[in-house]
Design a protein around this ligand. Structure first.
Ligand SMILES: [Zn+2]
Ligand SMILES: [Zn+2]
Length: 324
C-alpha cells in the first residue's frame, strides 16, 4: 500500500510502499477513505512533538471502511479513527474519566501509524461512529478539529460572548456549534486576512477582525487555536472579569510576559489536551443532530507535502483532507 511517512523530524514526508498491515484481535483494518490534515501533523513534521516516534505515518482524522472486523464494528461499516489511539486503563487518570491525560496514552499518527496511507489499523475500542449526513471528506475534520475543538468549547461553560483566535478547521466548525446554541462568536484572524474574516462571518461569527484589535465588547471566554503564545495575553486583555482563556493547541510558541492586572479579577488561563472517548461519542452525536458545514479542500495522498505547506501558509479556508 502507499503511505506518506515522516522518516525523521524536520524533513518532508516520503511516499513509501508498505505491506498492508495484519489486524490482530480487537484490531480493525480499515481502508482509508479520507484523512484530515491537522496542525499537529505540521508540528510532527517540524519535530516539535517530543514524544512522537519516527518513522511514522501521520494522520489522525481518519474516515475508513472496515475491511477486517474486530467484533465491535462489522466489515463494511464506516468508522472514524481519532487522535486517542490507546490508553492504559489502569492509571489514576484513566480510572477517573480523564484518559486524555493518561501518561502511557498512544496517539494515532504519532505513536501508531495513521491515515496518510491507503490502509490503517486501529484499536476498535477507540474508534467512533460517523454520522450518516457527512461525506467521507467532510467527516474527516470532525475527528480532531471538531472533537478537540469541542473539548475546548466545553471548558467555556456558559460563556455567551465567545472569542475564537485562529479561524481554521477547528474554529469554523465550533463557530457553527456555538451559534446553534445561541452564543455570540467573535473571530480573530491573522492581521489583514480579509478572506479569513469573510469566511468566519459566513460560518456564523457575529464579528471578525485582526487578532491585534479589540472586539466591540469584552469576551466571556476565548479559545486560542493558533499556535502563537502572544495571543494568550492578547485574549486575556479582551476578556472580562471571571472570564477564561482556553489554549486548544498541542504546541504553542512561548507566552510573553504581561501585567498581572490582565489576569487579576479571577480570570483563568487553561489548556486542553487530547480527547476522551466520551468526548468523541458526545461530539459525534451532536454532529449528527446539527448539520455542520465542513469546508474542505481535497488533495490526493501523493500531495500530502503540498497540503501541509498550504496549511502552514494559510492558503485555504476550512480544512485540508487527503484522499488516497
Ligand atoms: Zn492511563
Ligand atoms: Zn489534530
Amino acid at each position: 500500500m502507499k503511505a506518506q511517512r515522516a522518516l525523521q523530524p524536520q524533513s518532508l514526508l516520503r511516499l513509501s510502499d508498505l505491506p498492508v498491515p495484519d489486524p490482530g484481535t480487537g484490531t480493525l483494518l480499515v481502508k482509508v477513505l479520507a484523512c484530515g490534515v491537522c496542525r499537529t501533523d505540521l508540528h510532527l513534521v517540524d519535530g516539535e512533538l517530543a514524544s512522537c516516534r519516527y518513522p511514522v505515518t501521520p494522520g489522525h482524522e481518519i474516515v475508513g471502511r472496515v475491511v477486517a472486523s474486530g467484533g465491535r464494528f462489522a466489515a463494511g461499516t464506516r468508522v472514524g479513527i481519532p487522535w486517542l489511539g490507546w490508553t492504559c486503563g489502569e492509571c489514576e487518570y484513566c480510572l477517573r474519566g480523564r484518559e486524555n491525560l493518561c501518561e502511557r496514552a498512544r496517539f494515532t499518527g504519532c505513536h501508531i501509524d495513521g491515515g496518510y496511507a491507503e490502509y490503517a489499523l486501529a484499536d476498535e475500542r477507540f474508534c467512533l461512529p460517523i454520522p450518516e449526513r457527512y461525506g467521507d471528506a467532510e467527516a474527516a475534520p470532525l475527528l480532531c478539529a471538531g472533537l478537540i475543538g469541542f473539548r475546548s468549547y466545553l471548558k467555556c461553560h456558559d460563556a455567551k460572548k465567545l472569542g475564537l483566535y485562529g479561524f481554521g478547521a477547528a474554529a469554523h466548525l465550533l463557530a457553527q456549534v456555538a451559534r446553534a446554541e445561541g452564543r455570540v462568536v467573535y473571530a480573530f484572524t491573522r492581521k489583514g486576512d480579509v478572506e479569513g474574516q469573510k469566511f468566519a462571518l459566513s460560518c456564523g461569527a457575529h464579528w471578525a477582525g485582526d487578532s491585534e484589535s479589540p472586539p466591540p465588547e469584552p469576551l466571556d471566554a476565548a479559545i486560542i487555536f493558533a499556535p502563537a503564545g502572544s495571543l494568550v495575553p492578547a485574549a486575556l486583555k479582551n476578556t472580562r472579569r471571571g472570564g477564561r482563556v482556553i489554549c486548544g493547541g498541542i504546541h504553542m510558541s512561548d507566552i510573553p510576559s504581561f501585567p498581572y492586572a490582565w489576569l487579576w479579577g479571577e480570570r483563568e488561563i487553561v489548556s486542553v489536551a487530547n480527547l476522551t472517548r466520551a468526548d468523541g461519542e458526545r461530539f459525534m452525536a451532536l454532529a449528527g443532530r446539527i448539520a455542520l458545514h465542513s469546508a474542505v479542500k481535497r488533495y490526493p495522498l501523493e500531495k500530502a507535502n503540498e497540503a501541509l505547506g498550504d496549511l502552514r501558509a494559510g492558503r485555504f479556508t476550512g480544512a485540508a483532507v487527503l484522499i488516497p
